[in-house]
Design a protein around this ligand. Structure first.
Ligand SMILES: *Cc1c(COP(=O)(O)O)cnc(C)c1O
Length: 383
């Protein structure tokens, strides 16, 4: 595999070892048996590497992991049952009581809850900082063990200058992890920008079809081995073979889908700039920060007070109301729904979000149809 191979080509590569089959077989088994006592003992002693048990190893899952590792330019990958399982299993493999985490503001809401409800009670110290502080404050990572990043962040989509942040992290000896779900490896490959560990909610663009919940972590052999040794087997949030099959299938069209999401998002950003009721557009595009090469279809906008957001949401025909994103279908998620969510660890309340903000997930429908829908719904939504 050549280093210079472009990502669309890489993702379309056929597996070499599948008897001419274009797709990996779904190996739907819990365990693998051994031909002899000696083979069994050799495997347990680590002298061979044949699969033993699907909680830790499965060929269908391995096929997905191998394609993901190539896509992110990492040495290895480990797939897990969900994006949040990938985040929690990675964090728990690298922290201990007394560890200090610096986390970016407007991090994914359940990542924030994991920090506050699980890590903090176990004695991990967590502080939250703006993207600007990560880039400009040379001492921010002094004494910090681990920087948890998202670029762009959730909700307000603030991008980070990753080469700058990772240079500072290396100076202070802090391990860097990033949630790269928004950009996907098509638009951003953080390992090439100095980040140590890349995490995805594969439920989003990697699946692309709103039919799978999954996560994946890509990094060096050593870091992935640590997760495989500790939290994959001992927390047990493994990915099912059938879901791994769906994700490999999703990766085949990831590049083409991202190009379509980008074309629609560019059209929206251009036209939203001329809509008087839109006060702010949160949608980083190609080259807005070093290493970001495209605009995905997930953005947010802030309306002025003349728009009745519930009325606007109900008037939309192609945009459905719902959480998640990254599938074929367009969605709207008004911030006031998130702000209304019960519970003390509400990240939207913590970091502050305008009740006039709405998140748009632009799907694979025709861009002109989506724009016409947006315009007709807005015309019916005067407060
Ligand atoms: C959805 C999401 C997650 C969580 O992923 P699940 O697969 O739902 O567990 C993590 N990070 C971001 C940015 C997300 O949007």
């Amino acid at each position: 595999m050549s280093e210079s191979q472009r990502i669309a080509t890489l993702l379309a590569n056929v597996f070499d070892d599948a008897d001419g089959s274009m797709t990996p077989p779904i190996v739907q088994t819990s365990l693998f048996s051994f031909d002899s006592y000696q083979a069994f003992e050799d495997r347990m002693a680590g002298r061979t590497n044949q699969p033993i048990y699907t909680r830790v190893q499965n060929p269908t899952v391995a096929a997905f992991e191998s394609l993901m590792a190539k896509a992110e330019r990492g040495e290895a990958a480990v797939a897990l049952a969900s994006g949040i399982a990938a985040i929690s299993s990675t964090l728990l493999a690298f922290v201990r009581p007394g560890s200090k985490i610096a986390c970016v503001e407007h991090v994914y809401p359940d990542t924030y809850k994991f920090m506050e409800r699980i890590l903090r009670p176990f004695g991990v110290e967590i502080s939250y900082h703006t993207a600007a502080a990560f880039e400009d404050d040379e001492n921010l990572l002094d004494g910090v063990d681990l920087a948890f990043l998202e670029s762009p962040s959730s909700v307000v989509f603030t991008p980070l200058n990753l080469p700058r942040v990772t240079e500072l992290a290396k100076r202070h000896g802090a391990l860097t992890m990033i949630d790269n779900s928004w950009a996907s490896p098509v638009f951003q490959r953080p390992l090439t920008l100095g980040v140590d560990i890349v995490i995805h909610s594969a439920s989003k663009y990697i699946s692309g079809h709103s039919d799978t919940v999954a996560g994946v972590v890509v990094s060096s052999l050593d870091h992935i081995a640590r997760i495989r040794d500790l939290t994959l087997p001992l927390l047990g949030a493994k990915l099912a073979p059938f879901e791994a099959f769906l994700l490999t299938r999703g990766l085949r069209t990831l590049s083409a889908r991202m190009m379509q999401h980008q074309a629609t998002a560019n059209l929206f950003v251009d036209r939203l700039a001329t809509v008087p009721q839109v006060r702010k557009i949160n949608s980083p595009g190609a080259n807005e920060v070093p290493g970001l090469t495209g605009r995905s279809g997930l953005m947010s906008i802030e309306f002025d007070n003349t728009v009745d957001i519930p009325k606007f949401s109900d008037a939309l025909q192609y945009f459905r109301l719902g959480v998640s994103w990254g599938g074929f279908e367009s969605l709207i998620l008004p911030a006031r729904v998130g702000l209304a969510q019960a519970g003390a660890q509400n990240s939207m309340q913590k970091f502050g979000v305008s009740p006039n903000l709405v998140r748009l997930n632009l799907g694979l429908e025709d861009a002109e149809d989506l724009w016409a829908d947006f315009v007709q719904a807005l015309s019916q939504s005067a407060a």
